[in-house]
Design a protein around this ligand. Structure first.
Ligand SMILES: [Zn+2]
Length: 475
């Protein structure tokens, strides 16, 4: 038996060394990890199937109040967020306070659409000034509640097919962009969502964003130069308060565009990168994977990236969405995004069914940007216990944890996603730290920036472990 136990220990060491390759754990962290696991086991024992299935966010009020794991995760250093969409990060409380009843905000009751107009004469048919409508309402808090409900995906929105949940979701995105992207609102919107991530322990963001989406008083779009100046100004303000914080953009286009449009947009993105190399890091195409063009259909444009890069004299790597599909018999996007040279993969959850590709992305160190809350809300994984993140991590695949579209799911930051995967798939402190490490390691930061970011995070992890152990004395 002694021999067996020795072999067993060696076997365990071999596996953990392979998995945590690149990061070490201090004795304090070992102790915190043991405690974290104990608390996780005891809290999970109080939950039944209904907690994990369908819409776990419906239990939010309860776990935010009672769960020691949730409270611990809120304070946990998160590293970088590599997968968010800038148009989907609205802080709902902030919107209600600052923009919903702004003098220029109009609302179309029939389509639940918010829109900026210079004045009542300029407002399109069907749009009424929201502030004036609220004034007329007898029950103001009920009025506020109705407006708030329009802003993010509700549990009842999910009682439909996957196609319909996407339609609801995309409609909501468009319904607020007509206000938040107004040139005077957008800098405040941007700053608010960045500050929410910083408060949540994030030190670097790579945010997907459209080029030329912000608009003037008359509805015309800002030039790319003007738009980039807004980003730079906001980032300088943020950096003045948080000098360690960094932020870059992944330019996103739409899969519904025709191939010529995509090609032109790639060119625009390359030119923007040439003028703002510090701001732009990569390129992607978004929208529901099963509903729009496949990567193969867009390939005639995408394969031109290399020659365009040579012509314009700047590089813009791909970081494509892929493997976020329920139609894996006909969806070959994972195959194509790899062949097109993607540096990371947005989602990639279908890789759990494709072991050959999984082996390849493991060997090529292509990091997966996992978005657990999004996967459940948009109906790709009904039961969060079945999310493949733990399979990926234990296999040695590089994984980071991200919120995708937190504004439309009704929360800020990325703690909710860390909580979903930790609680659902039993990731412990060490697993979460590994994901944070990957988020820095597979970001587009320079080698020096990565080193500095990781040093900052290592310090924060030690502080967190000390706090966590001290604040959970009886366990
Ligand atoms: Zn996404």
């Amino acid at each position: 038996m002694e021999d067996y136990l020795k072999k067993r220990q060696e076997f365990e060491r071999e596996i953990t060394t392979a998995k945590y390759n690149g990061i070490a754990f201090t004795p304090l962290e070992e102790e915190a990890n043991k405690l974290y696991r104990q608390i996780l086991i005891s809290e999970r024992a109080t939950k039944d199937d209904s907690f994990y299935k369908g819409y776990t966010l419906k239990h939010r009020e309860q776990f935010e109040k009672e769960s020691r794991i949730f409270k611990a995760i809120q304070k946990l250093p998160k590293g970088a967020v590599l997968h968010i969409h800038t148009d989907c990060c609205m802080d709902i409380d902030w919107f209600m306070e600052e923009l919903a009843y702004h003098e220029n905000t109009y609302f179309n009751q029939e389509t639940s659409t918010f829109k900026y107009f210079q004045n009542a004469e300029k407002a399109e048919p069907g749009f009424k000034n929201l502030r004036e409508e609220r004034e007329k309402a007898s029950d103001k808090s009920q009025f506020d509640a109705q407006i708030r409900k329009c802003l993010f995906v509700q549990e009842e929105d999910r009682m439909v097919s996957k196609e319909n949940i996407w339609a609801t979701f995309e409609k909501k995105i468009m319904s607020i962009a007509g206000v938040t992207y107004f040139r005077e609102h957008f800098p405040r919107y941007l700053k608010k969502y960045i500050e929410n991530f910083i408060k949540d322990g994030v030190i670097h963001i790579e945010a997907r964003a459209f080029l030329g989406f912000t608009f003037n008083e008359d509805g015309s779009n800002l030039t790319v130069k003007e738009e980039m100046e807004i980003y730079s100004k906001v980032l300088n303000e943020v950096k003045a308060e948080h000098p360690y914080f960094t932020y870059q953009l992944v330019i996103q286009g739409l899969k519904m565009w025709d191939v010529n449009q995509i090609e032109q947009y790639m060119r625009d993105a390359l030119i923007a990168k040439k003028h703002h190399p510090e701001l732009i890091c990569a390129f992607d195409l978004v929208q529901e994977e099963d509903a729009f063009k496949t990567m193969l259909e867009m390939a005639p444009a995408l394969i031109k990236m290399k020659e365009m890069q040579a012509e314009i004299g700047v590089e813009l790597p791909f970081v494509f969405h892929g493997g976020e599909s329920l139609h894996t018999l006909k969806n070959t996007n994972l195959f194509d995004v790899l062949l097109l040279g993607t540096k990371r993969i947005g989602h990639g959850i279908n890789l759990s069914q494709h072991s050959y590709l999984l082996e390849k992305i493991k060997n090529d160190e292509i990091c997966l940007e996992i978005c657990p809350v999004s996967n459940q809300i948009l109906k790709y994984i009904d039961d969060i216990r079945l999310h493949p993140i733990k399979t990926f991590l234990n296999y040695g695949v590089k994984v980071s944890i991200n919120p995708d579209d937190p504004g439309f799911f009704g929360y800020n930051g990325v703690s909710m996603d860390f909580f979903f995967v930790s609680f659902g798939t039993q990731l412990d402190y060490k697993d979460l730290k590994l994901c944070a490490y990957n988020s820095i390691q597979y970001s587009f930061l320079s080698a020096d920036q990565k080193k500095a970011a990781w040093e900052e995070l290592e310090k924060r992890f030690q502080v967190w472990c000390k706090w966590f152990i001290e604040s959970n004395p009886s366990s």
